[in-house]
Design a protein around this ligand. Structure first.
Ligand SMILES: Cc1cc2nc3c(=O)[nH]c(=O)nc-3n(C[C@H](O)[C@H](O)[C@H](O)COP(=O)(O)OP(=O)(O)OC[C@H]3O[C@@H](n4cnc5c(N)ncnc54)[C@H](O)[C@@H]3O)c2cc1C
Length: 455
């Protein structure tokens, strides 16, 4: 009888888990992936409209920059990328205008950020003498950007982590943004297709409850419906989202005390994202100022609306779809609201921003889509960020235990790519490589070592 069910158990079939599996099977190892949901992809969740086959993303949507591993996989899958380079519009006191100062002001503030010891929050930076040199408008634009993009609170997010993220972005042309034509789920499907059934078993609908481990021996206990199942392997890769880790719904025995302390220094950002599909792209004919341009080429729309301040279109694609984005500080009010109520709130915000009756927008609306990532027990939030002083937490989270338990996922990266698909993907492949025969035990992530040396 075989001692173990597989060489490696991977917990979680998000992009990190799947990328890890790909690397392991290429190295000749056998893998069991245990996934709680009845689907793979995790926080990549694409809804396809039956008739049009147009993808509506409910989780990750953008490809940020040109991260080599992600781009290579997109190309390999034969998928096309559509570059986004559209007009940003801002709601100002005088009404809607193409954002002039918004970006330049934001960039100036971001360029002034420096790594400091001790670390500080973005809000503390803005209150510092350097921060106070910027106008109230500039500080406000930069805060909206930092909070919106990172799903973070300015009073908590670490400036050092923002700087690290910006440096990594520069290396991968992070100023370029794309969407995958056909949707992010098409990429997941392609990776899945490449995993040979002879080496990889994927058990969906299998909720991991307990991981019991000692050197070179891991036993995982999971619930499949009402049935308890046990799986064993020499090693395991844990790709649980930070929110699940923090909630402690998966028990480790022996406990991972240092990791439990580390996850307290990281935050799970919260986001409510509502996709509104309309009958037409009605906004394109709106001309906010007489004699000025229409909103035809609008990409993003920034406002100070209290519920849904940020919006975007699908341009250059021609879908009559608007996305409403409500970052962290509004999500508490949204808790427990039904999807219909969230769609209604989003319509009310849009009505105010576009200065149109809500009843008219409702008539134009075909459907609204929401996925509540905060309430979802298998994500418990949208994506992670680092609290001031919490820089070492990602390193601790990533550190393998006795070369037996390995960790991957968007929160387990040290190079500032946390909260992204490419960060998660890279962390999964890295973990896979470390498990291959002959791999050297890791000390620190190479990119992080470089970054730390540069500080
Ligand atoms: C609304 C939203 C918008 C986003 N937008 C972007 C974007 O535009 N661009 C971008 O790059 N990134 C974006 N992201 C972030 C990106 O989606 C994530 O960083 C990435 O998908 C995380 O992958 P992962 O494999 O680390 O985690 P996940 O995808 O969360 O995978 C972890 C897996 O573990 C499973 N799991 C959880 N608990 C258990 C359990 N007990 N037992 C078994 N399995 C379990 C989960 O079901 C899940 O499948 C967005 C995220 C959200 C939520």
């Amino acid at each position: 009888m075989q001692e173990h069910d597989a060489d490696v158990i991977i917990i979680g079939a998000g992009i990190a888990g799947l990328a890890c599996a790909e690397t392991l099977v290429a190295g000749g190892l056998s893998v069991i992936i245990l996934e709680a949901r009845d689907r793979v992809g995790g926080r990549i969740l694409t809804h396809y409209d039956e008739k049009q086959r147009f993808p509506i993303e409910l989780g990750a949507e953008f490809v940020h920059g040109e991260h080599p591993e992600l781009i290579e996989r997109i190309k390999r899958a034969g998928l096309r990328l559509r570059r986004i380079n559209e007009e940003p519009w801002c709601l100002e006191a005088e009404g809607l205008r193409k954002c002039g100062e918004f970006w330049t002001q934001t960039e100036k503030v971001l360029n002034a950020l420096r790594v400091t010891k001790p670390d500080r929050t973005f809000a503390e930076f803005l209150r510092s003498p350097t921060g106070r040199r910027f106008s109230a408008d500039a500080r406000d634009s930069a805060t909206r950007y930092v909070e919106g993009f990172n799903a973070a609170r300015a009073e908590l997010i670490s400036v050092n982590s923002i700087v690290r993220g910006l440096r990594t972005e520069e290396k991968i042309n992070g100023d370029k943004q794309f969407r995958i034509v056909g949707g992010y789920a098409a990429l997941v499907a392609d990776i899945l297709k490449r995993l040979p059934a002879a080496q990889v078993r994927i058990d969906t609908g299998t909720i991991v409850k307990q991981v019991t481990w000692k050197r070179s021996d891991v036993r995982v206990s999971a619930m499949r419906g009402r049935t308890r199942q046990t799986f064993s392997a020499k090693r395991a890769v844990v790709t649980l989202p930070l929110g699940v880790f923090q909630a402690g719904t998966v028990k480790f025995s022996p406990m991972l005390r240092k990791k439990q302390a580390a996850v307290k220094k990281l935050y799970m950002g919260e986001v409510i994202r509502v996709a509104l599909r309309f009958r037409t792209r009605f906004w394109e004919s709106i001309r906010p100022q007489p004699g000025a341009a229409t909103l035809r080429r609008m990409g993003f729309l920034f406002s100070d609306d209290k519920n849904f301040p940020t919006w975007w279109t699908q341009r250059p694609a021609k879908e009559p779809l608007l996305i409403a984005w409500s970052p962290t500080w509004h999500t508490k009010e949204s808790r427990g609201k039904t999807n219909a109520a969230l769609v209604s709130t989003a319509l009310a915000s849009l009505a105010k921003i576009l200065d149109m009756p809500k009843s008219k927008l409702r008539r134009l609306l075909l459907e609204g889509h929401v996925h509540d990532w905060q309430a979802d027990p298998f994500s418990r939030g949208a994506y992670s960020y680092v609290c001031a002083g919490g820089e070492s937490a990602q390193r601790e989270l990533l550190r393998p235990e006795q070369q037996t338990l390995f960790f991957a996922g968007e929160a387990c990266v040290e190079d500032g790519t946390n909260g992204t698909v490419h960060g998660a993907l890279q962390s999964g492949s890295n973990a896979g490589r470390e498990l291959l025969p002959g791999a050297k035990p890791r000390r620190a992530h190479p990119a992080a070592r470089r970054t730390l040396q540069n500080q």
